[in-house]
Design a protein around this ligand. Sequence first.
Ligand SMILES: Cc1cc2nc3c(=O)[nH]c(=O)nc-3n(C[C@H](O)[C@H](O)[C@H](O)COP(=O)(O)OP(=O)(O)OC[C@H]3O[C@@H](n4cnc5c(N)ncnc54)[C@H](O)[C@@H]3O)c2cc1C
Length: 487
Amino acid sequence: MYQKSLWLDGFQENKEKAILKEKNVDVCIIGGGMAGISTAFALKDSDLSTILIDKGTIGFGATAYTTAKISYLQELPYQKIATMHGDEAAKLYYESQKQAFEQIKYNIDTYHIDCDYKEVDECILATKSSDISKIKKEENYFKKWKVPYFQVETLPLPIHIQYGIGVKGAVFHPLKYLYGLKKQIQNKIPIYENVFAKKISEKNNKYKIETTEGTIEAKYVVVATHYPFFVIPSFIPFKTHVEKSYVIAAKEKEIYNLSSITIGVPMHSIRYQEDYLIYGSYAHALTNHLDDEKNFSKMKERFQSHFQKEIDYIWFNQDLIPNDGIPLIGETEKESHLFLATGFHTWGMTNGTIAGTVIGDLILKSYSPYEDLFALKRNWNLFRTGHFIVDACRYAKIYLETYCIKNPKFYHDHVCVMYENGKRIGIYIDPHGIQHKVYNQCPHMKCNLIFNEKEKTWDCPCHSSRFDIDGNVIRGPSTLSIKIPKS
Ligand SMILES: Cc1cc2nc3c(=O)[nH]c(=O)nc-3n(C[C@H](O)[C@H](O)[C@H](O)COP(=O)(O)OP(=O)(O)OC[C@H]3O[C@@H](n4cnc5c(N)ncnc54)[C@H](O)[C@@H]3O)c2cc1C
């Protein structure tokens, strides 16, 4: 069994240092996942000089760990959006997802992208009778909008179903698709890997992006880094929370043209890829269930209890969940020329695609039909305020849990946390007895870090930054390391 994503098989990490040639451009896109590459794709035929930089290898962020379903039937988004923003917003969100779905298919057909694309029956399912009404509510929207769908009462799955609905959806290999798009872009837009953006500042209507390979000046900046690496402007940590879930791939002889997700708890996400069954489950707020060793075993147990199969791959992924159900895509302020694309609610294949289209349109035409829907500045309402309070309580709980380390489930024999000169220090003692000492606070928003026993990393339980045992950043939003300078 590999503890890695199935999608990374056959894809090589690029470790080569980049030499930036273009230091003064019209557009700088930061991040080469689904959102960043889709934005570059939208700008590829324009006259604007554009570059894309990524701190690692293209596609190796959250996009490499998805389950890669392409769908506009995403659990229960429409009733949530309708409650919070009205029916029109829900309909517009549907249209954006449908457009992204069609865009992906169009790209695959037009550019002959070989990415194992397959159309499937995409279903949402209720496993408890109390959840049937929620599905019916979603169904009512489809009836009202005349969206073709079908009802589901049974499926060839080892999960008991009460009721469900389905539409035509699709699945694909996310990295093969992304690299197909990259091929269409790279002759027009330089793409640099291993260039880490550390800071953005603005002066005289130009942005300066400080990177590990020098400073880039740009008129427009698109931050498509999954989690934006700054707090102000836009305050994303206050509008979203991070959800973590686990995925298993296991060889399967009986493959169905089916992709499905159950609503409620426990969640079961099931799809097939070539001769693999891909199962996702055990979703939780990042602030809960901190012991990854335990999380992985629970996930395995859950899978075995339904499928009794050998596990070939197991991995986890994290995504930003917007408190009001709509992703955050657009300009931080009107005419600021600083764009963000985040909060994809675990539906980043369509949302990353539409983010590229929306940002491309806003840069090129100053207009997108979805501008207001996805706008970063949205009115606060009771629901959002409620979520904000719940999140604040979760953060307070986690802060206290990591602060009062007397009973830390997540620190084992070879890990300890202590104070030195008033600073919290984390120490990991490796199997050779060597001590690896780092600061134990995340530079992003000062949350205390916990040790991930499974992957031997220091993880931020608040906003998902990750660091290796020597303090280097593996994943943002933090752009700073937690290394202790040698005195
Ligand atoms: C368990 C799970 C299953 C999922 N399944 C699905 C699914 O079936 N269908 C679906 O539609 N969505 C799914 N998603 C959601 C989807 O995976 C994500 O929303 C999507 O991949 C995010 O794409 P992105 O481009 O925003 O981020 P990423 O793919 O993470 O890209 C961001 C890039 O920015 C780079 N970067 C970060 N910081 C910097 C920096 N400072 N400087 C330079 N570069 C930087 C990173 O290296 C990375 O390559 C799932 C999510 C989870 C948690």
